[in-house]
Design a protein around this ligand. Sequence first.
Ligand code: APR
Length: 320
Amino acid sequence: MARPKIALIGAGNIGGTLAHLAAVKELGDVVLFDIADGLPQGKALDIAESGPSEGFDAAMSGTSDYADIAGADVCIVTAGVARKPGMSRDDLLGINLKVMKSVGEGIAKHAPNAFVICITNPLDAMVWALREFSGLPHNMVCGMAGVLDSARFRHFLAEEFDVSMRDVTAFVLGGHGDTMVPSVRYSTVAGIPLPDLIEMGWTTQEKMDAIVQRTRDGGAEIVGLLKTGSAFYAPATSAIEMAEAFLKDQKRVLPCAAYVDGALGLNGMYVGVPTVIGAGGVERVVNIKLNKEEQAMFDTSVAAVQGLVDACIGIDGSLA
Ligand code: APR
């Protein structure tokens, strides 16, 4: 059987890391696409030349021609601009909306059967716009945010409890922005919910509140340290986890920016929710029950996402 084809739209920091991870994990043949002259070709060749030492079988190529993504099984989109210190994800809206239009049209023409994972920020609005511009089925277009946000949450919790992060589960709901909702109640260490661990004296409410806030600010913390761009290792790893769930029909339960129509009281919008990802793309949205406090935070986050979607419609009337 031929190897799956993975198209990476955007060959910058995240795109290059995605290509390297996809190759090392032998997920398929990789096509890196970018408008920057030589960048996708250079990165593809560099990664291909790591193959003999690493020992992977995966073809790597770079292109600036959408025709070369033809028939891709997975498209991961990072095209656009990233944040600099002092910028919010929302500041990127106008520029990246135009990028989503060209990417959406390119995917629709050359890879209409692909599972599409968007990473470009502001995430929830960009994945919505990408779906609109591409016209692909909603279940085949989603955004990577929740896996990353919950990985950050898990990392901080594992450090706080001095336990393996493998035994920490966490999930984060809502938009990928300042209003995201890290769920303390649904996060656990080996099945023990965090509120119980506070009662057991493993940590304090104050420390938990600080970890929740650090998770919300996780992207900005990295931007502040790097100064020249935003996070790329963890975002790439998170998207690869989602791509692998699709390619291997793993039915992973992963939080992602998915189209929610009916669940959680929403009528047709993209926002971060727990989902099941398998060969059918986003096969299910897990319709969890929120308590009053969580619902209020989720509503605020949903309103922030809706505000960005409205701003997109204001910029590009064809989205109305
Ligand atoms: N088509 C294809 N590629 C494009 C386009 C376009 N229209 N416009 C820009 N690009 C490319 C750039 O040439 C660059 O190589 O997108 C790439 C983006 O790479 P980086 O600037 O290194 O950004 P990165 O860190 O990879 O983040 C990409 O993901 O997490 C988000 O906020 C982040 O929106 C940003 C995106």
